[in-house]
Write a protein of this length. Sequence first.
Length: 416
Amino acid sequence: MEELKQKQNLEEIIEKLSMGEIKFTKLDEVLGNSNLGTLVRRLYLEKKYGVSLSAIGSTIIDFEELKGRNIENPIGAAQIPIGVAGPLKINGEHAVGEYYVPLATTEGALVASVSRGCKAITLSGGAHAYVLSDHMTRAPLFRLPNAARAIEFIDWIKDNFDRIKEAAESGTRHGRLIDITPFMIGNNVWLRFKFKTGDAMGMNMVTIATDRACRYIIENFTDADLIALSGNMCTDKKPTYINILMGRGKTVVAEAVLKKDVVENTLKTTVDEMINVNIRKNMLGTSYAGGLGANAHAANIVAAIFIATGQDVAQVVESSIAYTWMEKTGEGDLYASVTLPSLEVGTVGGGTRLPTQFEALKLLGVAGSGDPPGSNAVKFAEIVASTVLAGEINLVAAIAAGHLARAHERLGRGKG
């Protein structure tokens, strides 16, 4: 009897949605529960469009936990297969050991490709990884009356850094303002704020902190007009040279020396052919095409790790700008490195708290806050960079050996 009554109530709600008596966006509030709101929203769409959304509705996510944090108007969740590449031996400053790295992807051959790169690195003694810089940025744009006043504004910012820092940090526990770099065109001034953000990727943190700083600035430098809290000199979710040259998130280098016999026996090619492919494809080809970075498929690995671990997927745009370098050592082995100038990752906040993604971070030993704060995020960055290196090594080798199409035919088209 109770189930029948509940069903009738849901049907009434769906009818009110159809009539516009209840707003789509207010369902959770009307029903008092986000999980129930998710169900009703999905049932409404099924009825309206005559489709089944049962797969979308099959999820372990508790939408009450996500309310006000991760999603609006939920109807369910997307399911993407997760595989693991590895084991990958890393001798980093923070990441030390052998790792199985979770990759969420629908591209056949990707996990196998990265795994073969992991094998080559591990057989050769492992990858070394280093985080060169660690900061998140936000760059508000101000309009001044004229260029002379803009110059005075920049001087004022420098003279009042400590007060601006105090205002910025007044609403955050972990955000620490470390620098403000000015840029000027005519009467326009961008202030590129740089923050330490602990284990969080920190984009929301620095946006809120920068907003507090901007309010202090315009209250005390009264003819500075704040045009945009984000003036695109940050730069978020767009590929830019400023991120390459000045860094954003973590600037990371991963490197390995692959033994000549490992290149020949595991990767089925030669050191000289891999160097040849890297120079002509990654360096020359990318330059001729006008690309940023110089790599084979860094975005493939970055995107797969981001999805698996709850990172901001749109930030793959700048996080996957990468420079892959290869040269022969004096002993005839292959030196290979990858440099990621703007790897934006975190182990707390955002999607990292979702159950699947949290487990993926636990698998890597980086879930949640580190001790000291920030240590998990830099460890994670070293793992990501080392995994990108593995992916780069294998794809360059596959192209050098002429195996690329065959691997995709075997593992990407159901012919394995």
